[in-house]
Design a protein around this ligand. Structure first.
Ligand SMILES: Nc1nc2c(ncn2[C@@H]2O[C@H](COP(=O)(O)OP(=O)(O)OP(=O)(O)O)[C@@H](O)[C@H]2O)c(=O)[nH]1
Length: 374
């Protein structure tokens, strides 16, 4: 019998850096043939388009799953894609699944353990990517510190964040380039407090992880096959010396347990945005070329005046010969040119928020950019 295909689930709140991390993994992991399933909340696939740039002949294939419902009841795409991968199992070494920022990994975990898939796929690890500066600012906490958002939004963010951490084997502290050692220690302590069951905490500078700490960990295989097995100390983890944790003492690999193998309480969750329908996304479009500065200013102001937590899309900028990728996490808006791609006829931006108001958003963009939006 062929060995089961390992599957890594990458979860994390909106904008934590999941796609960037996956893109780095695709660049670094030249020796493995990878299938990537990307799932995002919103009408247009931005993440899939970005990852597709890293497709490598037959070595990396990207599958877009629509509408943020990976492996949930309504998702009719997950099983067919995995069946198709199974049919080509000699050609694929590892599957990576990016869940939407509003999803929990539990539905995919459960499907992988179903009778239909368990003989061919094995969960390798569940990673939760964290926006560490936001964590340190207390804005992902159950009692958030002055986030500028309304308390209902903060509570929903905190609930989802806690559930994502709870289901993670590995928490990846991302966006840490500008953080001090003390801040990293504080972030680790905060994760430990919020999610004592997490097995490993890893540091990602600029969304880069040592792939030996990421892929092929077989954490769930061990759990399934060695009932009650105690995991070895973290010092046994491959390649650990290459990127030491800020405080290995705190994170000795089985400090979470004494409970033996870690087991997730698998159950079919409603998708989070159904459970909490306040989360909504819509697309806004503008058919005339825009000025970069006024667009970015307008988006920054928009993210301050509306309960919008994520903005992403491609903009058509006047006199530019390439599209501008626009990315916003809360009010931090960034833009990167996409050289090599043909310029666009229109601007399409996906907005995700907690009870965001479409009419107000359009009016705001219209007023600040001087162009019609619809
Ligand atoms: N400074 C900094 N920015 C980062 C880092 N990782 C990601 N980003 C930025 O954060 C923004 C969101 O990154 P994504 O990788 O799209 O985040 P995501 O988790 O896939 O987002 P969703 O799929 O919308 O939930 C982008 O503007 C990235 O460039 C990092 O390590 N440092």
């Amino acid at each position: 019998m062929s060995p089961r295909i390992p599957v890594t689930l990458v979860t994390g709140f909106l904008g934590a850096g999941k796609t960037t991390l996956l893109a780095q993994i695709l660049e670094q992991t030249r020796q493995l043939r990878l299938a990537v399933l990307v799932n995002e909340f919103g009408e247009v696939s931005i993440d899939g388009a970005l990852l597709r740039e890293h497709e490598r002949g037959e070595a990396v294939e990207i599958h877009d799953l629509a509408q943020g419902l990976v492996a949930y009841g309504e998702d009719s795409e997950f099983l067919p894609i995995l069946r198709e991968i199974r049919a080509r199992r000699q050609l694929i070494d590892h599957v990576l699944i990016e869940t939407s920022g509003l999803a929990l990994p539990t539905a995919a975990m459960e499907r992988l353990q179903s009778e239909e898939l368990a003989a061919d796929f094995v969960l390798d690890a569940v990673l939760a990517v964290v926006d560490t500066p936001l964590l340190l600012a207390g804005q992902l906490d159950p009692a958030p510190v002055a986030s500028g958002l309304d308390p209902e939004t903060d509570a929903s963010v905190a609930e989802l964040f806690a559930l994502q951490l709870e289901n993670a084997d590995i928490v990846v502290l991302n966006k840490i380039n500008d953080l001090s050692e003390d801040e990293l220690l504080a972030a680790e302590a905060r994760v430990r407090r919020l999610a004592p069951g997490v097995r490993f905490i890893e540091l990602a500078y600029g969304a880069r992880l040592d792939t030996r700490l990421t892929l092929g960990l077989r954490l769930h295989e061990a759990a399934a096959e060695a009932q009650g097995h105690h995991y070895g100390p973290i010092q046994n983890m491959p390649g650990l010396g290459l990127r030491p944790l800020a405080n290995q003492h705190l994170l000795d690999g089985h400090s979470h347990s004494g409970l033996g193998a870690h087991r997730h309480g698998l159950q079919t969750h409603k998708h989070f945005h159904e459970h909490d329908p306040g989360w909504q996304s819509f697309m806004v479009r503008c058919q005339t070329p825009l000025q970069q500065v006024s667009l970015l200013d307008a988006l920054r102001q928009l993210a301050r005046s509306e309960p919008i937590l994520r903005i992403k899309g491609f903009a058509a900028i006047a006199d530019a010969d390439a599209p501008l990728l626009v990315q916003g996490v809360r009010s931090r808006i960034e833009a990167v040119w996409q050289p090599g791609k043909s310029s666009l006829a229109d601007t399409r931006i996906v907005v995700i928020g907690y009870h965001p108001n479409r009419a107000r958003t359009l009016a705001h963009l219209q007023e600040l950019t001087g162009h019609d939006w619809h």
